[in-house]
Design a protein around this ligand. Structure first.
Ligand SMILES: [Zn+2]
Length: 275
């Protein structure tokens, strides 16, 4: 493994300076408009700074597309349907666990690609982002208004907002989220265009369903002692909730991380099968 010689010179220093300066401006504005908590801002500064400096515009556009569009979507949905928020462990404001669960794989890939460039890293990066974007948009668009929601395991109707639930509108949201990431990387794509769209979109939607699957099986769920609702939250109706089901260490962030990893794994497998 040969570390590029530019690591030692002014060129890299300038890239780092530029990358982290842009990251600082974006994080500062995001904190001001409450897209990020304070801890989320610190994590985003390091993650975005690394991606901007080492990946350049090619790697920056997809993560910015995900971050900016998803944050706006969360804000709009909150205005429209604040009640559903009571089910979610996290509100629309991102903290550091959530930032790392969504973008941590991207951070590792950009460093890896910088040390040993390979087009495959970029496709894996796009797929892991497509999975988190599909999952985020499935939730945001799927809970936009009241809609029939089904358990992903047995298709029995369940309450909207409960982990493991899927809906027609939510699945449409997952498709849109995946497509947004496809378009964000389209100028730097190295595959035939149809193959590119199919691979990234499929990986994204797969990741989103995998997220619902984990939500319906192993994700920790709590029960409110006041209203008896099943929720991801520690606090509900102003009181502490009790453990209900699932594995205690698999919280919402862990599920998001696994979903993003599944998007990355699926495209690796698909490319292996196709070649
Ligand atoms: Zn309650």
């Amino acid at each position: 493994m040969q570390i590029p010689s530019i690591l030692s010179n002014e060129f890299l220093f300038n890239h780092l300076l530029l990358g982290f300066s842009i990251a600082f401006i974006i994080v500062f504005l995001s904190y001001k408009v409450k897209f990020l908590t304070l801890s989320g801002s610190v994590a985003t500064f390091f993650l975005a700074g690394t991606i901007f400096s080492l990946g350049g515009i090619k790697w920056s556009v997809p993560i910015l597309t995900f971050f900016i569009l998803s944050s706006i979507l969360s804000k709009l949905r909150k205005k429209k349907n604040a009640e559903i928020e009571l089910f979610f462990e996290k509100s629309g404001v991102r903290d550091y666990f959530q930032v790392l669960a969504n973008g941590g794989i991207g951070g590792v890939l950009v460093i890896w690609n910088f040390i040993s460039p390979n087009e495959l890293f970029y496709l894996i990066y796009l797929s892991s982002l497509a999975a988190v974007c599909a999952d985020t948009w499935a939730t945001e668009i799927g809970t936009w208004k009241r809609t029939a929601t089904y358990n992903v395991l047995n298709f029995k109707p369940i309450e909207q907002g409960v982990s493991g639930g899927i809906s027609v509108i939510g699945t449409f949201g997952a498709l849109l989220g995946s497509l947004a990431i496809c378009f964000s990387g389209i100028f730097w794509n190295s595959l035939p265009i149809t193959q590119y769209f199919l691979l990234i979109t499929f990986s994204g939607i797969f990741g989103s369903f995998f997220d619902s699957f984990l939500g319906a099986t192993v994700q920790a769920q709590s029960k409110c002692n006041i209203c008896s609702k099943i929720t991801e939250r520690d606090i509900h109706c102003g009181k502490e909730t009790n453990y209900h089901s699932g594995l205690r260490w698999i919280n919402n962030d862990m599920v998001n991380f696994l979903s993003s990893a599944s998007g990355a794994l699926v495209i690796i497998l698909l490319i292996k099968i196709l070649n």
